[in-house]
Design a protein around this ligand. Structure first.
Ligand code: NAP
Length: 297
């Protein structure tokens, strides 16, 4: 079997069409959706990612402000910046980009982002609301996984999905989004041994770990659908996922590529969420699907 490539491009294109509609609606009301990205690092890969968000925002008609506090920013400075942005009416979405300077408590800081502007679902309140089925923005990466699966009409209801990785930004919110779609979910982590015991039974496997080659063809069953969230930069400079593509493609029915898979959709969703936040700030509630919540949410 050679797996079908589930690329993110067509999914992102559909999301961009929705962004265009929202930007037009907002424009008629005299509003430009605004996204603020707070950065406090000199990590080149992070700065590259932030620049790519800014470029995409610019193309989409979303005003993106990068607030670069520098790699030696203190926790107080980051906190007061987040509070100011939460109060700024021209800013509809806020992202606090990690990594942060040593000693800065990310959990305390993300709690400063007002829930209405938390377009990457970083505030623990957003995850809590998502868990109980209340409106909230899901982290864009977690939502990107379900958007890809739904776009390619991969059934989830009644299926077994194995998610490898339990972080607050990917694994845990993804568990909620999948449960809302009536999937049966196992969430694996570094103590799940042997990993293949869990992954090889699943119809859908999602890898969100950050280790190149962690999942191979030996970890998945024949005909499985595999989503690779991992982004790992090798010494050679190449970007690879967590899934060993060659061996997995021999066994799986479908596989998302890295690059060109989940990441492409994630950026589009950040901008979509920003337009939703702007619409909501203007009082619109009915047509805005905040988190990508499923029918049973
Ligand atoms: P993270 O916070 O480091 O979490 C990694 C998870 O993987 C943890 O739950 C950890 O388990 C688990 N893990 C580690 N080693 C394992 C092993 N040998 N077997 C099974 N599970 C193992 O990472 P993250 O922020 O969720 O990111 C995960 C990956 O996704 C990274 O490559 C990141 O770059 C990528 N990412 C991509 C996007 C995108 O848009 N494409 C966005 C965000 C993140 P424990 O909990 O037990 O430690």
């Amino acid at each position: 079997m050679t797996a079908r490539r589930l690329t993110g491009g067509p999914v992102a294109q559909r999301i961009r069409a929705e962004i265009d509609d929202n930007v037009s609606t907002l424009g008629r009301r005299g509003t430009v959706p605004g996204l603020a990205v707070v950065v406090a690092t000199d990590n080149e890969a992070t700065l590259w990612y932030v620049r790519s968000i800014a470029r995409a925002a610019d193309k989409a008609g979303v005003r993106c402000t990068v607030v670069d506090l520098g790699a030696d920013a203190g926790e107080d400075e980051i906190a007061s910046t987040l509070t100011l942005l939460s109060e700024d009416e021209e800013v509809h979405g806020i992202i606090l980009q990690t990594p942060l300077p040593p000693g800065a408590a990310v959990d305390e800081l993300v709690a400063r982002i007002s829930a209405a502007k938390d377009v990457d679902g970083a505030n623990p309140l957003s995850l809590g609301r998502l868990t109980v089925g209340q409106p909230a923005f899901a982290p864009a990466t977690a939502r990107a996984v379900v958007e890809i699966l739904e776009h390619y009409e991969v059934p989830l209801a009644g299926r077994h999905v194995s998610v490898v990785g339990r972080s607050a930004v990917v694994g845990k919110p993804l568990l909620q989004l999948l449960l809302q779609r009536d999937a049966t979910v196992t969430v694996c982590h570094s103590r799940s041994r042997p990993l293949e015991r869990y992954t090889s039974e699943a119809e859908v496997v999602v890898a969100a770990v950050g280790r190149p080659g962690l999942l191979t063809g030996a970890h998945v069953r024949s005909g499985a659908v595999v989503v690779d969230v991992g982004t790992n930069v090798l010494d050679s400079g190449d970007l690879v996922g967590d899934v060993e593509a060659d061996s997995t493609a021999e066994v799986a029915a479908a596989l998302t590529p890295v690059p060109g898979g989940v990441g492409t959709v994630t950026t589009a969703l950040l901008l979509l969420h920003t337009t939703h936040a702007a619409l909501q700030a203007g009082g619109e509630t009915a047509s805005v699907r905040m988190s990508g919540q499923g029918a049973s949410a």
